[in-house]
Design a protein around this ligand. Structure first.
Ligand code: SF4
Length: 330
């Protein structure tokens, strides 16, 4: 896989929020590569930095948030070195994003068809109205919605249909890389399942790479080929999905996430939570930020942030693996 050119390359990426007391780091020196046609899951609790990272990749950081360090390349192009015009042409055509809430991603006063036409024409002014309409119908078919709904307004569609329309618009220009930020969170479990099946089917047909963000570890482990786990702004483990359940060497936070997947025993559903709460980014614990919640904590953990180690096919940031090869990303 390493001989292929990545569609996404994050090198030592930090994102911070400006506050009265100085910058607060939401994403801290993150490295990750996503390869063509690959689905990589990005998992973490609320406030772990995963959505902030997604907005940084799209160069959509707003307000007090800013890229503090590092390089973000999509299809080999440095996103932050592009002029606004270059970025406008690149975004949606080469990389796109499906946001958490379909309702806020769609324009409530435009029909679905108008929204497809806008997206298609914004990147190809030569497309005739007829060509746009045909492409919109094709895309609706792809996400299994009857094209007769093209004339509908977003509020006339169900939540599941709206989210599928958003996915269809995101892939309208055939980008090589799509970020999906909790695309099914607001939907009920049955609709969620059917949308995930469709994402996999479409991805196999259209061949784009996906960074799939979720707090639902079991869902991501099922959907993605690799999983990246974030905690307090750090990427604490990146592992093959299959290895997650087949090997025992993981970051203690990953172990907690694995134990937190509901298990059905003879007469009950067992769910084990991770004790404690995610830390406040304004006052992170010293050393390893996971130490107040970790069952293996030592004095070293409280004092010193661990290095990133190569453990089998995974990369894990934890003192327990000291002695393994240290990963040097940059
Ligand atoms: Fe736990 Fe220490 Fe590893 Fe952090 S470095 S996860 S505290 S064992």
């Amino acid at each position: 896989m390493s001989s292929r050119i990545p569609v996404l390359e994050l090198e030592d990426v930090s994102v911070a929020y400006d506050t009265h007391n100085g910058p607060v780091q939401a994403v801290n020196r993150v490295n990750l590569k996503v390869y063509p046609e690959e689905i990589v899951g990005l998992v973490g609790e609320s406030g772990s930095g995963k959505s902030t990272l997604a907005y940084a990749i799209m160069r959509l950081l707003k307000g007090a948030a800013f890229l503090q360090n590092g390089t973000i390349k999509v299809m080999g192009k440095d996103i932050y070195a592009m002029s606004p015009k270059e970025l406008q042409a690149f975004r949606w055509a080469q990389m796109s994003m499906v946001f958490q809430s379909a309702m806020s991603a769609l324009n409530p006063v435009m029909t679905v068809e108008q929204q497809f036409i806008d997206t298609l024409r914004s990147h190809n002014k030569q497309m005739t109205l007829e060509q746009c309409r045909m492409r919109a119908a094709e895309l609706m078919d792809l996400v299994r919605i009857d094209p007769k709904y093209l004339g509908s307004y977003p509020h006339q569609l169900s939540g599941g249909m709206r989210q599928r329309v958003v996915i269809a618009i995101a892939i309208a220009l055939e980008p090589a890389f799509v970020i999906m930020d909790e695309p099914t969170t607001a939907l009920d479990v049955v609709v969620q399942r059917s949308i995930l099946d469709q994402i996999q089917a479409i991805q196999r047909k259209v061949h784009f790479a996906v960074l799939f963000i979720s707090h639902d570890f079991s869902l991501v482990a099922e959907l993605a080929q690799r999983v990246a786990i974030m905690y307090a702004g750090r990427m604490v483990e990146v592992a093959d999905s299959r290895a997650l359940t087949q090997t025992e060497n993981h970051h203690p936070y990953t172990e907690g996430l694995l134990r937190a997947i509901p298990r059905l025993t003879a007469d009950e559903i067992v769910i084990e939570g991770i004790p404690g709460h995610p830390p406040n980014l304004v006052s992170l614990p010293s050393g390893c930020a996971f130490h107040p919640r970790c069952p293996y904590v030592t004095d070293e953990c409280r004092q010193q942030r661990p290095s990133l180690y190569e453990v089998g096919t995974a990369e894990i940031e934890c003192h327990r693996y000291a002695g393994q090869k240290v990963v040097q990303h940059v």
